[in-house]
Design a protein around this ligand. Structure first.
Ligand SMILES: C[C@H](O)[C@H](O)[C@H]1CNC2=NC(N)=NC(=O)C2=N1
Length: 114
């Protein structure tokens, strides 16, 4: 478990600052399986999780959804046969907030607990 995953998401307002490049470099070390990617001009965090079949992928998707509802912060989820692509970014600021790193770490915990 990463120290990030013990933290709670805070309300993220439209004027909240995006993480700086230096903060990103530090935070990403705590979630080494996640890849920062710019999509449609928005920096996001993405990880692909592999499964043996669709049912297990769907079970994971639903557990991530439950966690997201608890945090009040929601990912992109693409569920396919044998894999789930999870993408975190903060819609309100069109970029990355610390909340996204917290939720990425919590997503790893959901996977580890399956
Ligand atoms: C009103 C509500 O708090 C917001 O729309 C929340 C919901 N979930 C969210 N999830 C993400 N990833 N980014 C947001 O900005 C966001 N905003």
């Amino acid at each position: 478990m990463s120290s990030l995953s013990t933290q709670k998401c805070e309300a993220c307002r439209a004027d909240a600052p995006k993480v700086s490049d230096a903060e990103l470099a530090e935070l990403i070390k705590m979630i080494p399986d996640w890849v920062p990617e710019v999509r449609d001009g928005i920096m996001q965090l993405e990880r692909v999780y592999k499964f043996k079949n669709f049912k297990q992928a769907l079970e994971f998707t639903n557990k991530v959804g439950d966690m997201a509802e608890e945090e009040g912060h929601h990912p992109g989820l693409l569920t396919e046969w044998g894999k789930v692509t999870v993408t975190w970014w903060s819609h309100s600021i069109k970029g990355l907030h610390k909340n996204d790193f917290i939720c990425a770490a919590k997503t790893d915990d959901v996977f580890a607990a399956l």
